[in-house]
Design a protein around this ligand. Sequence first.
Ligand SMILES: Cc1cc2nc3c(=O)[nH]c(=O)nc-3n(C[C@H](O)[C@H](O)[C@H](O)COP(=O)(O)O)c2cc1C
Length: 274
Amino acid sequence: MSLFTIDEKKCHRDGICAAECPLSLIVPPDKDCLPRQIPGANELCINCGHCAAVCPRGALSLTAMPLETMPPIQAELGISASQAEQFLRSRRSIRVYKDQPVEREVLERLLRLARFAPSGHNIQPVHWTVFSGKEQLQALAAGTVEWMRWMMKEQTAMASLMHMDLVVAQWEAGKDRILRGAPHVFLAHAPKAERTAPAACAIALTYLDLAAKALGLGACWAGYFGAAAATFPPLQKALALPEGHLAMGAMMVGWPKFTYHRLPERNPARVTWR
Ligand SMILES: Cc1cc2nc3c(=O)[nH]c(=O)nc-3n(C[C@H](O)[C@H](O)[C@H](O)COP(=O)(O)O)c2cc1C
C-alpha cells in the first residue's frame, strides 16, 4: 500500500513535502513526475504527518492519517511572543489544591493535549496511569514514606540530600509533602527497554504541566513519589504497571486554591557561545 496519495490537480510540484520529510522518503517532484515514495518507505515512515501538514495546497493525503483527520492551523488562534512569554513565565508548581476532584472530561482533555509532546522517531512511548481519590493517594504517599525510611537507613547521603528526614517527620505530624493533598496524580510509564522513553515521559509531563495551566488547573511534579515508583519494589508491586514497564515521572493535578500575582525571577541562562 502506498504511504500517500497526491491530488494531481492541487499539487504544484513545489517539492516542499520532499524537503520536509525527516527521513527523506519522498522523491522530489519534477515536471514529469509527482512526489513519490522511495522504495522501502513503508517500513521507514515514522507517521509524523509533516509531508501532509506542510503542503500549502492540501495536495498530499497520508493513507494512515487522511487529510480529513488533520485540521487546518487557525492563524487567528496563534499567540504573540509576549503572550507566550507571559504564559511560560506565569506557570507555577501548584501545591495547594481545592478539596474537590477534577471532572473526568477535564482530565481527559489534559491527556489529549499531552499527546502532542515530541518523542524520538515519533514513537510516542508514553503510557499514563491516573490515580484519584484521597484514600488511594494517601496509600501512594505512605508507600513513598516507606521508601524514604529505607533510603534513610541504606542510602544516608542521598536521603539527607533530598531532605527525606524532614519529609518523613512532617508526614508523621500529619502533613503530606509528597502528594500534598492533590486529588489526582498522573504517573507516566513506558517499556523499560525503550531508550528514548525517559526523555519522552519528561517532555509529556512538561506538556501536561503547561496544559494544566491552560485549562485553569494546578499541577506540580511529584518528584519523591516518581522516584519511589521507579525504584522501590514494594511500591512498584502496589502500582501493578504493565509487565516490563518502568515509572518515569509523576505529576499532581487539581484545582488551585490560590492565585499567583507576580513573576519570580530565575538565574540568568548559563551559556557558552561558540
Ligand atoms: C523533576 C522535578 C521534580 C520535582 N519534585 C517536586 C516534589 O516532589 N514536590 C514538590 O513540591 N515540587 C517538586 N518539583 C517542583 C519544583 O520544586 C519547582 O519546579 C521549582 O521550585 C520551581 O518552581 P516553579 O515550578 O513554580 O517555577 C519538582 C520539579 C521537577 C522538575
